[in-house]
Ligand binder design. Sequence first.
Ligand code: PBG
Length: 343
Amino acid sequence: NTIVASIINLLRMIITGNYPNLRLRRSRKHEWSRRLVQENNLSSNDLVLPIFLTDGKNKKIPIKAMPGVYRYSINSLGLILDKAIERKIPMVALFPYTKISLKNNFGTEALNENNLVCQAIKYIKKKYKNIIGIMCDVALDPYTIHGHDGILKKNKILNDETIKILTEQSLLQARMGCDVIAPSDMMDGRIKIIRKKLDEENLEEVQILSYAVKFASSFYGPFRNAIGSKSALKGNKKTYQMDFKNHNEALREVALDIKEGADMVMVKPGMPYLDIIRSVKDNFKIPVLAYQVSGEYSLIRNGINKKIIDKKAIIESLMAFKRAGANAIITYFADSIDKNLFD
Ligand code: PBG
């Protein structure tokens, strides 16, 4: 009897599990039905907007390599922040364009409490209080003449010496009111030391978003142009940023940063690394942010501007991050997505 029953069951499975009994297009027929079965969702809550800073007054300077993206002087920040807040974007990320005259071998401008980033944090917190979060990169590349994220000595990026400056940079940004400290330098052990120092200075409420998995990538080109570190960069960043051939190593980086105290982790660049995002999400139950970097932005933006692809490609590219398991996406498109595009 049980044998007969299982044979009938098997037959039923074979029959119903196949065309013409099964037609997946049925659920795609109507718009309401597609909405009903949709597995992922994207809203402005998922977006972080990067903002480039420049000195001067009343400035909004276009960035050649990134059409549609600008550098703002401090007193012009309202132009972009009002837009971000109106669109309910939860957080902005600040990046400074530093004059050559302020750069040196050690990136000491990073520790100037009147540098562009500090001025911007103060301005935003005074004007907007806690309506919107502020995230700041911790790394020296905007401030060093050689364009590297750390201290360069005899062709080497010094790990522990760099961490000392990065810790000071973190403390300064946190004291100014930065909500989320985001070390993007890839030095070993910096999360542990930064967390410890923040706690000692009663800044235990400041979050750390670790750029845990940052690959040495060609997709950062336009960004380096935007912050003025491109022509400066000597060599490449392969001795600290990850080799894009590796996957397991990415998981080791994340495991270490979580142990050291990271509240959130980032995978960067974005679209070429969706496999890594999924894997990090599956292996660690921690918020994962994806960075759709400048090169990805410029490629899509140029395609749209030249009418080679439709602007709906923006949402398609961002939804991919959600599908891969990202909680949020740092993207230069954040302020330019029309509400109706979300549907
Ligand atoms: C610097 C930093 C980089 C980016 C963010 N922080 C560039 C780099 O590592 O050279 C890239 C962002 C982008 O390309 O959009 N530490």
